[in-house]
Design a protein around this ligand. Structure first.
Ligand code: SAM
Length: 237
């Protein structure tokens, strides 16, 4: 049986997405590399460099999966801290950065936690792993400096809900990579789903106007690889 994304009822979509990512969790990184030719690494570097994270930042990475974006943020902040500790007066910068990795799928989070240990971040209190739905987040309003969602918003049922949830926080910056599939799932249905979700995602201009409608200002996007991937950003003042 094949399913088209269109045939999937809204209420079934969350379950479907959950199954897809449970199926692919253990191979997720390999698939990313295969499908993007390793380019997803550069795109994520670019995302984090645009975000410009800083020590003591409270950041929320939604659909954070295996921690790819969060690790980059942490590494960037650590490199800043490393410079800061040369100055003893800046010692306090060593504390309090918090990067919340939020994902609806516990299997993806578990792979991320394992990778954090492998990278020597097992005891790092800056990384906080949280199971949660992008459409209804359990954090307080204005509790974050930044929000990112990378290769995740196309998987949600209601983009508008995700955007209005995103807007609840106090943003330093808001960045998104909406387009492009980078996964080949181990089974045909998962793959089919991922391909459909890419095809159906609104084009760059449309998504930018949806962000503006959600309240974001200075909405911009940068196309990468001729628009196969784009990074959208917006600010909340
Ligand atoms: N951000 C990571 C990256 O770029 O490597 C992971 C991207 S992966 C393609 C999409 C992730 O979105 C999966 O881990 C999936 O579990 C998660 N996801 C799907 N629907 C979600 C939702 N409603 N709320 C939070 N996470 C969701």
């Amino acid at each position: 049986t094949s399913f088209g994304f269109k045939e999937v009822k809204e209420e079934d979509k969350s379950q479907l997405v959950s199954n897809v990512f449970s199926n692919v969790a253990s191979n997720y990184d390999l698939m990313n590399d295969l499908m993007s030719g390793g380019l997803h690494r550069l795109w994520k570097d670019r995302l984090v460099s645009k975000l410009n994270p800083f020590p003591q930042m409270k950041h929320l990475d939604v659909a954070g999966g295996t921690g790819d974006v969060a690790f980059r943020i942490l590494e960037t902040v650590k490199s800043i801290k490393y410079r800061a500790i040369q100055d003893p007066l800046d010692d306090h910068l060593l504390e309090e950065t918090q990067i919340y990795v939020c994902d609806i799928n516990p299997n993806m989070l578990n792979v991320g936690k394992k990778r954090a240990i492998e990278r020597g971040y097992g005891e790092d209190k800056s990384l906080v792993w949280v199971e949660g739905d992008a459409e209804a987040l359990g954090f307080q309003d204005q509790s974050m400096d930044g929000y990112t969602i990378a290769f995740g918003i196309r998987n949600v049922t209601h983009i508008e809900k995700v955007l209005s949830e995103a807007y609840r926080y106090d943003y330093y910056s808001f960045s998104i990579i909406p387009a492009l599939g980078e996964l080949v799932a181990g089974d045909r249905e998962s793959y089919q789903y991922l391909v459909e979700s890419i095809r159906r995602f609104p084009p760059q201009e449309k998504f930018a106007s949806m962000m503006a409608e959600a309240g974001f200002q200075k909405v911009e996007y940068e196309n990468l690889v001729g628009g196969v991937v784009a990074i959208h950003s917006g600010l909340k003042f």
